[in-house]
Design a protein. Sequence first.
Length: 183
Amino acid sequence: MMNKRVAILATNGFEEIELTSPMQALKDAGATVHIVSPEKNEIKSWRDGNWSNKYKVDKHISEVTVDDYEALLLPGGVINPDQLRTDEKSIGFIKDFFKHKKPVSAICHGLQSLINAEVVEGRKVTSYHSIRKDLENAGAHWVDEEVVVDQGFTTSRNPDDLPAFNKKVVEELREGKHERQHA
């Protein structure tokens, strides 16, 4: 999988394991992974109800386009997606992956940003149970499964599902663009 580049879009308050575990799986598969953020320099993670480690931001959101990457990953955490969903550049970046039919993956609360990007209508998804109604109200078909793949769009519920999620994220990246991927 050399030469495949993945953007992990995150900001302060991301669930640490939901970024680090998929990032490691992607790197182990040979992908280049960048943390992209509306923040500059570094972002702080959240773990077990407390602030945790800081992570270097590889690229500011203003420095990247969909053409720079083959896939997008959105970790959860309650604070992270709540901040991203109000950032116009982040929402535009997310929408572009769907427009270009590239794989997009989101776990836990990470799907909240996708609601604001208006890309979940008609899609089969899963997420953390507390945002089920939000997704259904946005037109998604929500199911309670550890991982769901809908034409290159991979979603998962929580950190317990990371082994299955990571496997599918890598698989979808290997498959590349999905002509039936849609917003």
